[in-house]
Design a protein around this ligand. Structure first.
Ligand SMILES: [Zn+2]
Length: 207
């Protein structure tokens, strides 16, 4: 009998992962025709920053964030953003956009000479604060999610938002432990934390 080393793969239903908490966001549109989904972009988010478990991330992705509810929210007014997935501090997986649709997470960005990473990437937000550490259950869910994604989509790389928007974005930041990204070993390319993108911030930024 094989040892139970990995939890089994989950099924996909039209770009939605079964078992995830589905919360469809209006902030999405079609990917370019024929575009290959090749990159997973890891982010960190918490609203308000450093506070975990509240409903504000969902509210932001559903354009329902009340700008007066917290001083930080005023600066987010009118923002139309989303990510495909959010992994909460307790490992709970939420999905906001179908993987075959384009989520709005990377902004002005580039990867291997291609601009506009939203076109060809999957956005995964870890609930956390840029620069701070993440929970082991979040890495466990992230690895499981990457395996589920790889099974259905031709991903070949994983990078942080800081790698695709250097100088502009810093998440998930130095608190993210890429050594715990065990599922990345199945990707064709090394994760950006190890590859040529892993130069110190500043050297790699485009001015
Ligand atoms: Zn980000």
């Amino acid at each position: 009998m094989k040892p139970p080393v990995q939890r089994r793969l989950r099924r996909w239903s039209g770009g939605w992962l079964r078992g995830a908490d589905w919360q469809p966001s209006p902030n999405q549109n079609a990917r370019p025709v024929g575009e290959r989904i090749r990159l997973a972009v890891i982010h960190s988010i918490s609203l308000p920053p450093g506070e975990y478990g509240g409903p504000a991330i969902e509210a932001l992705f559903h354009n329902r964030l009340v700008p007066t509810a917290h001083p930080y929210y005023a600066g987010l007014q009118g923002l139309r953003v989303s990510a495909h997935f959010v992994i909460r501090r307790d490992g709970r997986l939420q999905q906001f956009v179908a993987v075959d649709r384009r989520a709005w997470h990377a902004g002005v960005s580039s990867w291997e000479g291609r601009e506009g990473c939203n076109d060809f990437s999957v956005g995964i937000e870890l609930e956390g604060l840029e620069g701070q550490t993440f929970e082991l259950v979040q890495y466990r869910e992230l690895n499981r999610l990457l395996r589920d994604l790889l099974h259905a989509w031709p991903l070949d790389a994983v990078a942080g938002h800081e790698h695709v928007a250097p100088g502009r974005k810093r998440d998930p930041g130095p608190g993210f432990d890429a050594a715990l990204l065990t599922a990345a070993a199945a990707l064709r390319k090394p994760p950006a934390w190890q590859g040529p993108h892993a130069v110190s911030s500043g050297e790699n930024s485009k001015h």
